[in-house]
Write a protein that binds this ligand. Structure first.
Ligand code: ADP
Ligand code: MG
Length: 705
C-alpha cells in the first residue's frame, strides 16, 4: 500500500478518473467519451479501442497484471473473473500485454452458476458484462496483485438483466426523464439531466480475529447462533460516539487510506450504539457510483480488518439482544446545474415546485410502501425489522414539524401561507455559541425521514446491496412525477391545476406521514388502522415485487420486465431457504461436535468431584454440585431433543423443491426449531466452567477488541 499520507495526493490515485482520462486520451476521444458518459449512450467501438489502450497502459504503470469485469449478480455481492493482459506468445517466444476495446466494453463470463431465477437455463450459460461508463475503472491492490477492475452490468444473451446494476441504470434513466418533464413545467429550460444522489452510512462490528475463528457460527453464517448475554450490554450508552480505541483507530486510519486511493470519499467515522459497533459514511455521490463504492467499502472493511488481526462483521444481527447494523440510504435528486429538487428553501410554503415534488414522494411512498419494504428485505434484516428493533417493518414518512405544518395548511385551507422558522437554540453555556436550530428536528425512529434536503431510508440492512432500494426509490418517484406531468401538461390553467394537484396528493396520501415514535406498540396499532402494510419478514415481503401494480409500473418505465421480476422473486425465496438451511446446519454441527461434548466433559468432571469430595469428607455438603449436575444434565437432554428435532426438519427442508413453500417452511418451522435449540445451550453457557466452554463468549467478542 502507498506510504503517502497526504489525502489530496492519495485521493483517487488508483482510479481511471476524469482527470486521468483527460490527460491520457487524445482530445477528440476524451470529448466523445465524456459525451457518452453524460448522455448514457453506447460507446463507439473505435473510441473504445483507444480508451482500452490508454487504460491498459495506465493500469500496467500501477502494477496491474490482470483485468476483470467487476459485476453485481443477484447474490447481492460482487463477482469477478480475472484475465491477465498477457497475449499468446509470438514465434520468438515473447509475449505482449494486450487489452482491446472489445474486452473493455464487453466480457463473456461463463456465468451459469450465478442465480438467475430461471431467466437463463444452464445450457444457455452465456451472460455478458458491459462497462458502465459512468462508473470509473480502478486498480485494486491486494494479495492477488494489482487488478484493473471495470465496473459492469451483467445481462443474458437475450438482454435480460441478471444483476443489480442494469435495473439501477434503467431506473436512473426513468427518473431523469420524468424529473426533466416536471422541471420544464416550472419554466426550467437549462437543466439537462437529473440524477439521484446517494450517501450510504454503513454500520459494522469489529471483533478480534482469533476469537472470531473460534466461533464457527460467525465463520459460516456471519452471525452468532448461540451466546448468552454478557453482564454489560449497551444500556449505559457509553459506546455511542465514544472515544475510538487505539486498535480500532489504527484500523480506521488504514481503511480510510485504502478507500481514498480508490476514490471513495470516506468522510465520517464513529462508534455506534452497540459495543464494538462502528459506522463509516462517504460523501454522497451519483446513485450508481454510490452503489459500486458501497460494495468497495464492504470489501475493504473485511480486507483491512484481516490485516489488523480483526474481523469486520457486516451481518445485520451478529449478536442477538444487541443492536443490529443497518445502512442509512440518504437520497436526493439533483440537476446537472446543481439544483436539489428536495431543497425546500427557507420558505417551503412558497416553493410550489418543492411542494409538488414532496407530495409526489408522499404519493409514491404510500402507494408503493410494500415495494420499499421489500427492497430492504434480506435474511439478516429479518432479525431487525419488526423484531423489537429499529426501524419497524412498517413504512411511514417523517417530515418534521415545519413541513408537516405546511402540509396541514394545504389540506385544511387549500393553501399554505406560512412556514415555521428555525430559531436559535440556546446552549445555556456562555463559552459555546448558540447554534441555529434546524426547522426540522430529527426523528431516529422513522424508516423514511426527511432530513433537510434529502430523504433518509433507514431500513436497509448492513450487508445488502443498496442497488435494490434505489431502484425502487427512483422508479416509484418517477411514476409519481409522470402522473403529475400527465395532468399538468394538459392543464389550461397551470397555477390552478398545480395548486389542486398538490392539495390532492397531500390529502390522499397523508396517512403515510407519521412524526411520532415509530418504535412504540401504539404505532403498530395506528398503522393498522391507517391501512399501512406491516410485512414482518422477507417471506412476507417478496410477493410485493410481482403484484400487478408493481409489474405495470416497472414495465411502463422499462426498469424490469415481468420475467425479470419473477426471476428475482424466485432467487429471493431460494436464497432465503438456503441461508437458513446453512444456519441450521451450522447449529447442528456446533451443538453436536462442540457443545454437547463440552457439557458431557463438564458433567463427568462434576460427577467425579462429587465422589472425590464424598470419599474425602463424608459430611461435606455437596448439594450445590449435585444441583448443578442435575441442571446441566437436564439441559443437556433438552439440547439433544431440540437437536434431533432440528435435524429432522432440515432433512425435510432439503428434500423440498425450491420456491415459496420451501421458504415458508424454513421461516415457520426451521427458525423456531433453531430457537428451541439455542435456548438450552445459552442456559448451559451460564453454568459450565468458562475454561471448558468451547468458544469465546459475547463478552469476549464485544468488549475485548
Ligand atoms: P447522520 O448524522 O445522519 O449520521 P452522516 O453524516 O453520518 O449523517 O451521513 C449522512 C450521509 O448523507 C452522508 O453520506 C452525506 O454525504 C449524505 N448526504 C448529505 N446530503 C445529501 C444529499 N443532498 N443527497 C444525498 N445524500 C446526502
Ligand atoms: Mg451517520
Amino acid at each position: 500500500m502507498s506510504e503517502k499520507t497526504n489525502v489530496v495526493e492519495l485521493f483517487g490515485q488508483n482510479v481511471f478518473s476524469d482527470a486521468v482520462m483527460e490527460q491520457r486520451l487524445p482530445k477528440k476521444v476524451y470529448k466523445e467519451l465524456k459525451k457518452t458518459i453524460e448522455d448514457g449512450a453506447d460507446l463507439d467501438p473505435t473510441i473504445a479501442e483507444v480508451v482500452a489502450d490508454a487504460m491498459k497502459e495506465w493500469a500496467i504503470e500501477k502494477g496491474a497484471t490482470h483485468y476483470t469485469h467487476w459485476f453485481q449478480p443477484l447474490t447481492g455481492t460482487t463477482a469477478e473473473k480475472h484475465d491477465s493482459f498477457i497475449s499468446a506468445p509470438k514465434s520468438n517466444g515473447t509475449v505482449l500485454m494486450e487489452f482491446s476495446g472489445k474486452e473493455l466494453i464487453k466480457g463473456e463470463p461463463d456465468a451459469s452458476s450465478f442465480p438467475s431465477g430461471g431467466l437463463r437455463a444452464t445450457f444457455e450459460a452465456r451472460g455478458y458484462t458491459a462497462w458502465d461508463v459512468s462508473s470509473p475503472a480502478f486498480v485494486r491492490e491486494d494479495a492477488a496483485g494489482a487488478t484493473l477492475c471495470i465496473p459492469t452490468a451483467f445481462y443474458s444473451y437475450t438482454g435480460e438483466a441478471l444483476d443489480k446494476k442494469t435495473p439501477l441504470l434503467r431506473s436512473m434513466e426513468a427518473i431523469n426523464t420524468q424529473a426533466l418533464r416536471l422541471l420544464r413545467l416550472f419554466g426550467n429550460t437549462t437543466s439537462k439531466k437529473v440524477t439521484p444522489s446517494v450517501g450510504p452510512e454503513q454500520e459494522y462490528f469489529l471483533v478480534d480475529r482469533e476469537k472470531y475463528l473460534k466461533r464457527k457460527d460467525l465463520v459460516f453464517t456471519g452471525r452468532t447462533l448461540f451466546g448468552a448475554m454478557p453482564p454489560k450490554g449497551q444500556e449505559l450508552d457509553d459506546h455511542y460516539f465514544g472515544a475510538i480505541r487505539e486498535r480500532v483507530g489504527a484500523f480506521m486510519k488504514d481503511l480510510n487510506k485504502e478507500l481514498w486511493i480508490l476514490g471513495v470519499t470516506a468522510k465520517t467515522q464513529h462508534n455506534e450504539v452497540a459495543p464494538a459497533q462502528h459506522e463509516i459514511a462517504p460523501i454522497y455521490s451519483q446513485c450508481n457510483l454510490a452503489v459500486d463504492q458501497n460494495q468497495i467499502v464492504m470489501e475493504m472493511l473485511k480486507k483491512v480488518a484481516y490485516r489488523h488481526g480483526l474481523a469486520a462483521l457486516i451481518h445485520e444481527k451478529p449478536f442477538a439482544g444487541v443492536n443490529g447494523s443497518g445502512k442509512h440510504n440518504n437520497w436526493s435528486i439533483t440537476t446537472d446545474d446543481g439544483i436539489n429538487l428536495l431543497d425546500p428553501g427557507k420558505t417551503p410554503h412558497e416553493n410550489m415546485q418543492f411542494l409538488l415534488v414532496l407530495t409526489c414522494i408522499m404519493k409514491a411512498v404510500d402507494i408503493h410502501a410494500d415495494l420499499l419494504r421489500e427492497s430492504a428485505a434480506d435474511v439478516g434484516n429479518d432479525h431487525r425489522l419488526g423484531a423489537n428493533e429499529a426501524p419497524p417493518a412498517i413504512i411511514s414518512m417523517f417530515l418534521g414539524e415545519q413541513l408537516e405544518d405546511v402540509i396541514e395548511q394545504l389540506i385544511n385551507t387549500g393553501s399554505a401561507t406560512s412556514s415555521k422558522e428555525g430559531s436559535v437554540l440556546k446552549t445555556g453555556v456562555n463559552a459555546l455559541p448558540d447554534v441555529e436550530k434546524d426547522a426540522t428536528d430529527r426523528n431516529r425512529t422513522s424508516p423514511f425521514a426527511f432530513t433537510g434536503n434529502k430523504f433518509e431510508f433507514r431500513m436497509v440492512g448492513s450487508s445488502d446491496s443498496i442497488a435494490g432500494p434505489n431502484v425502487i426509490l427512483n422508479t416509484i418517484v418517477a411514476e409519481a412525477f409522470c402522473d403529475a406531468c400527465d395532468e399538468l401538461e394538459k392543464a389550461e390553467n397551470f397555477e390552478d391545476a398545480l395548486h389542486d394537484l398538490i392539495k390532492k396528493n397531500a390529502t390522499e396520501h397523508r396517512r403515510i406521514v407519521f412524526n411520532g415514535n415509530g418504535y412504540s406498540d401504539e404505532w403498530i396499532a395506528e398503522a393498522e388502522r391507517r391501512g399501512l402494510p406491516n410485512l414482518r419478514s422477507m417471506v412476507d415481503a417478496v410477493p410485493s415485487i410481482t403484484t400487478e401494480k408493481a409489474v405495470r409500473m416497472f414495465e411502463k418505465f422499462g426498469v424490469y420486465s415481468r420475467a425479470e421480476l419473477e426471476s428475482r422473486s424466485e432467487v429471493m425465496y431460494e436464497s432465503y431457504a438456503k441461508e437458513i438451511n446453512i444456519e441450521a446446519k451450522a447449529m447442528l454441527d456446533i451443538a453436536s461436535k462442540q457443545i454437547i461434548p463440552a457439557v458431557v466433559k463438564y458433567t463427568t468432571r462434576l460427577g467425579a468431584s462429587i465422589n472425590t469430595i464424598k470419599s474425602a469428607c463424608e459430611d461435606a455438603d455437596i448439594s450445590t454440585q449435585k444441583e448443578l449436575l442435575l441442571e446441566c444434565s437436564d439441559l443437556l437432554r433438552d439440547t439433544k431433543v431440540a437437536l434431533a428435532a432440528l435435524q429432522d426438519l432440515v432433512a425435510e427442508g432439503e428434500a423440498m423443491a425450491d420456491g415459496r413453500d420451501c421458504a415458508i417452511f424454513y421461516h415457520d418451522k426451521v427458525m423456531s426449531a433453531m430457537d428451541a435449540l439455542r435456548a438450552p445451550v445459552d442456559k448451559l453457557e451460564m453454568l459450565v466452567d468458562k475454561d471448558m466452554w468451547p468458544m469465546p463468549s459475547y463478552g469476549d467478542l464485544l468488549f475485548e477488541v
